[in-house]
Design a protein around this ligand. Structure first.
Ligand SMILES: Cc1cc2nc3c(=O)[nH]c(=O)nc-3n(C[C@H](O)[C@H](O)[C@H](O)COP(=O)(O)O)c2cc1C
Length: 174
């Protein structure tokens, strides 16, 4: 088993996929990882719509982002929603906390995928077409689209990414 740190450091956003299908078991593992993310008040505000084994639907969903050329080659697309019904106005900063929880759930998916040898990309650009995504997937409008994640086997061997040095991110250490 890979260490968490190696998954964190080696995960890259992958934008080229092989035709090979991802198994249903693997997707269940990714969603299990997501479901074990921390969430404010343990309200678990995430909901998922999985599109796989349906090339036409993958293509239609991909067409809602400018990244359709590579997204449509992924084996699975996971649309991640926030269930706005759980947003309780009595809890301070509820919405902010729920969106943070969903970010944690998405990151868990990306890291679990890396451990399983799967490649992913977090697609936020598609959010501008939230209504069409909901309509295509038959999702009610009390679910707000947070992201679509492409999942598949990478067709890109060495991907590089850069980060600022960690020291530049530390504003104080008292
Ligand atoms: C909120 C969010 C939205 C993103 N949206 C997109 C997107 O629409 N298309 C895309 O190709 N990558 C998207 N990415 C991936 C980033 O471009 C990528 O994480 C960043 O460039 C660092 O590269 P790395 O993930 O390979 O380290 C998104 C990432 C995040 C966290």
């Amino acid at each position: 088993m890979k260490s968490v740190m190696s998954c964190i450091l080696n995960r890259r956003s992958v934008r080229a996929y092989m035709p090979q299908d991802v198994s249903r078991d693997n997707i269940i593992q990714l969603l299990t990882a997501a479901s074990w993310a921390p969430s404010g008040n343990n309200l678990q505000p995430w909901r998922f719509s999985v599109v796989m084994n349906n090339k036409d639907l993958i293509k239609m969903l991909s067409s809602l982002t400018i990244f359709h050329k590579w997204a449509q080659n992924s084996s699975c697309l996971i649309a991640v929603f926030l269930d706005t019904k759980v947003v309780d106005s009595k809890i301070e900063n509820a919405y902010l906390k729920h969106t943070q929880s969903i970010g944690a759930a998405i990151q868990n998916i990306l890291l679990a995928a890396n451990e399983l040898g799967l490649a992913t990309c977090w697609i936020g650009e598609i959010l501008k077409n939230e209504d069409q995504v909901r309509e295509l997937l038959g999702v009610s409008d009390d679910l707000q689209l947070m992201a679509v994640i492409s999942v598949g086997y990478s067709n890109n061997v060495s991907l590089k990414s850069k980060r600022r040095d960690v020291s530049e991110n530390i504003i104080s250490w008292l």
